[in-house]
Write a protein that binds this ligand. Structure first.
Ligand code: SF4
Length: 266
């Protein structure tokens, strides 16, 4: 765990729906077994460290953001907070690095989209509610406690995440649910969508990405959950599974009158 001084804080995004990425942390102590952000390890000097065990924070993130803010504002576009980390992982409650950066986003009124698995995001509703454009996204795909603890040991519980979505929605904030990854054999997708639908403005989904150095850890966790990793992978990477997941999300969103923005596969 260490403090670093970064050279840049905003990068161009290759993700759908957003234009820039903002990541004030390197690593993520939510330690999701399926996390594909671990591919970043080779670019950040953490090649031999297990994902979830290291964390650097970019202490100069607010200053860097202030330097880049005018340029981003002028070009336009949406910045995602947390593409290869979670901006609201536990250390954020102490460092308040994301919060300090939100003050800059607010000052320049730069449109942002947050994606998190942490209820800590509610701490910043006071700032987020002052942005002209802001999306608050909660990532969730499992409700079963035992499975969720095995797959996402450091993240907030599913019920906490749903509670935060509801609170944001009740406050009139723009919310979304990111159903990701959609797991074969851990079939709670329909249940999850029905739980979150009343509290979101739109929904997106994602198929597991198993080709970024996460397979060894993830297949071990699947075995612990008594799921055959070979079967899981075969199904997860099939076109049929993608089509089925996309169709299910579309249908459920229609039923609940929630906008569906698609399911992504890598
Ligand atoms: S919260 Fe996101 S970035 Fe963090 S480990 Fe989980 S999937 Fe990866």
């Amino acid at each position: 765990m260490s403090e670093i001084t970064a050279k840049t804080i905003i990068t161009k995004s290759k993700l759908p729906e957003v234009d820039y990425c903002f990541n004030p942390y390197i690593g993520c102590t939510h330690r999701c077994a399926y996390c594909y952000a671990r591919f970043m390890s080779r670019f950040t000097g953490h090649t031999n460290e297990k994902w979830g065990t290291y964390l650097d924070w970019k202490i100069n993130a607010p200053e860097l953001l202030r330097e880049e803010a005018s340029r981003i504002k002028k070009k336009g576009g949406v910045v995602i907070l947390g593409s290869v980390t979670d901006c609201y992982q536990p250390i954020e409650s102490k460092l308040e690095l994301t919060r300090k950066c939100l003050e800059v986003f607010l000052e320049y009124q730069i449109p942002i989209s947050i994606l998190t698995k942490s209820s800590l995001v509610e701490r910043d509703f006071d700032l987020l509610s002052q942005l002209k454009y802001c999306e608050i996204g909660i990532s969730l795909s499992i409700l079963n406690k035992e499975q969720q603890k095995a797959l996402e040991p450091g993240a907030s519980s599913p019920m906490e995440r749903i509670r935060v979505l509801k609170r944001a929605f009740d406050l009139g904030l723009n919310t979304y649910a990111f159903i990701g990854p959609i797991h074969p054999f851990l079939g709670e997708t329909e249940k999850v969508i029905r739980e979150v639908c009343p509290y979101v403005n739109f929904i997106m989904g994602e198929i597991p990405n198993l080709r970024c150095g996460n397979w060894k850890d993830f297949s071990q966790t699947l075995k612990e959950l008594k799921i055959n990793p070979v079967d899981y992978r075969k199904v997860a990477e099939s076109d049929e599974f993608y089509k089925k997941a996309d169709g299910l999300l579309k249908k459920l969103c229609e039923e609940c009158s929630v906008e569906y923005r698609g399911t992504f596969k890598h």
